[in-house]
Design a protein around this ligand. Structure first.
Ligand code: APR
Length: 314
């Protein structure tokens, strides 16, 4: 790999998700990696970076990995993945994190604005839809280059539960989850298939209903078990989006994209199917929804809008 051609990946937040993001990006040789955290945590960022660069000697990957608390080190990044903020504790909803994480995201956006003007920015911090909206506002970057990670993760949870119920390999299950990344998320059974076969032909309706409910609480289930939020599947999901951009893959995945009238919503970030490629969010894909699904999506859009309005007052 030629140094001059290497991509630069900036990870803002070197906590649980940040560390796993760095591990995955290094293994996939997506580029050189900067792990950023606040000055109090710079040792953690630097320690993880060193450990991971040494891991390359064992696993045979080639990536320069550095930890920093200096924003200037992120200058010119091709991709920025933002996990800065606080995760949930048991009993908390994602919305409970709004005021704390909003402050953090606004300051991160301000720091990225001048240093990474061409970056594709993937937001992971919660409450996701409001945070990604704040990131777009704060950076002023075009909406195509500011996106939120939630749908791939929520769909992954749904896929795992469906695979278990049907007794099939998880890789044969495809699922779609739309809407906000919270209690109002909209798992869409009419678009869930097992190698092309609609799940409704293979799994009983009452079982699917229970699985949908478990998916909605999928994040909380993990938080309750380990006292903090999940990080393996969230990191893999964000890396899949980063890779789609860096390799111009044209992946069609659910993610929080900025809407300009699609699905009847304007000036809103919410989970929808979108095509991710070298230009960022290249297209928001509009799909037909059953009446009940559209009603649930409207309800979710309303909840996200309320959160965005609440953040404007903070
Ligand atoms: N700039 C950079 N990093 C920051 C800032 C900031 N202004 N403020 C906090 N951080 C760092 C913390 O120091 C911490 O190291 O963000 C990191 C977050 O890491 P964890 O606490 O381990 O949280 P994690 O599990 O990685 O989740 C991060 O993603 O899924 C969401 O709900 C989750 O909002 C949470 C975020």
């Amino acid at each position: 790999m030629n140094m001059a051609q290497r991509k630069k990946i900036a990870l803002v937040g070197a906590g649980n998700i940040g560390g796993e993001l760095a591990a995955l990006a290094a293994r996939q040789e997506l580029g050189d990696i900067w792990l950023f955290d606040i000055p109090d945590k710079v040792g953690v960022a630097q320690g993880k970076a060193l450990d991971l660069e040494q891991n390359g000697a064992v696993l045979g990957y080639d990536a320069k990995i550095r930890g920093t608390s200096n924003w200037d080190d992120l200058a010119g990044a091709d991709v920025v993945i933002v996990t800065a903020g606080v995760p949930r504790k048991p009993g908390m909803s994602r919305d409970d994190l709004l005021s704390v994480n909003l402050k953090i995201i606004r300051s991160v956006a301000e720091s990225l604005r001048t240093r990474c003007p061409d970056a594709f920015v993937i937001v992971v911090s919660n409450p996701l839809d409001a945070m990604v909206y704040a990131m777009k506002e704060g950076t002023g970057f075009p909406a195509e280059r500011v996106v939120g990670m939630a749908g791939i993760l929520d769909a992954a949870r749904l896929q795992m539960f469906l695979a278990e119920a049907a007794g099939v390999a998880v890789k044969d299950v495809r699922a779609m989850v739309l809407g906000g990344h919270g209690d109002t998320m909209v798992p869409v059974p009419s678009y869930c298939t097992i190698n092309g076969i609609p799940v409704r032909q293979l799994i009983a309706a009452d079982k699917i209903a229970a699985i949908i409910e478990r998916t909605r609480n999928g994040g909380a289930e993990v938080v309750k078990l380990m006292g903090t939020s999940a990080y393996y599947a969230p990191a893999s999901s964000a890396i899949q989006m980063a890779r789609a951009f860096l390799h111009d893959e044209k992946r069609l995945v659910p993610c929080a994209a900025f809407l300009r009238g699609e699905y009847g919503y304007k000036d809103l970030y919410i989970g929808v199917p979108a095509i991710l490629g070298g230009a960022g969010v290249e297209k928001v894909v509009e799909i037909a929804l059953e009446d009940e699904e559209k009603r649930m999506l409207d309800n979710s859009a309303k909840a996200v809008r309320e959160l965005i309005e609440a953040s404007k007052r903070l």
